[in-house]
Ligand binder design. Structure first.
Ligand SMILES: [Zn+2]
Ligand SMILES: [Zn+2]
Length: 340
């Protein structure tokens, strides 16, 4: 199977599918509630954030390779694993055999090494990335040419001084009620970053949960306003606190949820009450949430349960003037927004 995929990848022309204009492109790969976000800088360099799950028939691996082909890439320059959970680095060992990967970035050792299956997978990761690995701390930059990517959280720590233009007191903090500690504590080790390209900014916080979100936005908002928000933790309720979302005030939110993971009504409520939010896009219809609570169907990439799902992409193209266009591969529907 792997060899067949490698042949397909090798035969594909580099520029055939990539649009001529040099723009920033971001692809959300449908991993049925896992995570894989592919970023292609206007320089042509690429960053793959997370590599989804090991799945029957290599479903997620094939979808990641499909997006890589769609973007016309022959290698991945930077690979970030936000944290060491199976839905974020499951396909990595197989993927690394099929395509060259330049550099690896992560938060440092898993904090769940007392679990045997975690220890085994993490050891394999360490061996795979040896000599090509950078452990990130808040304030570091991921060196993707053509954009600026600043790490704002890693290994349970956060930046302590505000990003440019940020630092205002956050009035919502008084209402925050801490959640019980995470059962899967590596979520709170997640690497989170802000990507900037001229006026445009994008945030991805991995699976950081509410208690740790507060480090970034309470008592002062250290991040400032963000144009595009990948809802944290697949759009689950344990993340996406009102304190965080209403502080960053995203213009557009993209939820990388699965049919049965992420997207409860409570998260939609937080998003819809966020000042300045224009639209929510979803990787999947959240089947356990009323249809009327989900976003408009034309902004949802996949409607079916996993067994029938085609794994359509959501894509964002960002022009140098800050206009960014979200496209739903399923319907071809797209909408353009202006970054501030
Ligand atoms: Zn799906
Ligand atoms: Zn996850």
């Amino acid at each position: 199977m792997l060899r067949k995929l490698a042949v397909v990848l090798g035969l594909l022309g580099v520029s055939a599918l990539r649009s001529e204009a040099r723009v920033l492109e971001i692809y959300w790969i449908d991993a049925e509630g896992g995570a894989a976000t592919l970023i292609v800088s206007p320089s042509g360099e690429s960053l793959l954030v997370d590599t989804a799950s090991v799945t029957p028939g290599d479903r997620d691996l094939k979808r990641i390779l499909g997006a890589i082909q769609h973007a016309g890439l022959k290698k991945i320059d930077c690979l970030l694993t936000t944290h060491f959970h199976g839905d974020h680095y499951g396909t990595l060992p197989a993927l690394a055999k099929l395509i060259p990967i330049g550099m690896y970035f992560d938060h440092g050792p898993s904090v769940e090494l007392d679990r045997a299956y975690v220890a085994t997978a993490y050891k394999a990761y360490e061996e795979l990335v040896a000599g090509k690995r950078t452990i990130l701390k808040p304030g570091d930059h991921i060196p993707l040419k053509g954009v600026d990517i600043e790490v704002i959280a890693s290994a349970g720590r956060a930046i302590t001084s505000p990003l440019k233009g940020a630092g205002a007191k956050n009035p919502a903090c008084a209402d925050f009620k801490p959640l019980p500690p995470e059962v899967d504590p590596d979520n709170d080790q997640s690497v989170g970053f802000v990507l900037r390209y001229n006026k445009f900014d994008f945030i991805d916080m991995g699976d950081l949960t509410q208690n740790y979100e507060q480090k970034l936005v309470c008592p002062a908002n250290l991040i400032g306003k963000i144009d595009l928000y990948q809802t944290t933790h697949h759009g689950l309720e344990r993340s996406n606190s009102a304190q965080f979302v209403w502080a960053i005030q995203p213009k557009v939110a993209i939820m990388n949820n699965g049919p049965r993971k992420g997207g409860p009504a409570s998260v939609f409520e937080v998003l819809r009450n966020s000042p300045g939010l224009e639209d929510i896009w979803q990787g999947h219809l959240a089947l356990g949430t009323p249809k009327a609570v989900n976003t408009d169907e034309k902004m949802i990439a996949n409607l079916e349960p996993t067994a029938e799902c085609k794994g359509n992409l959501l894509k964002v193209s960002v022009a140098s003037d800050g206009k960014f266009t979200v496209t739903n591969e399923r319907t071809g529907y797209s909408k353009t927004y202006q970054a501030e």
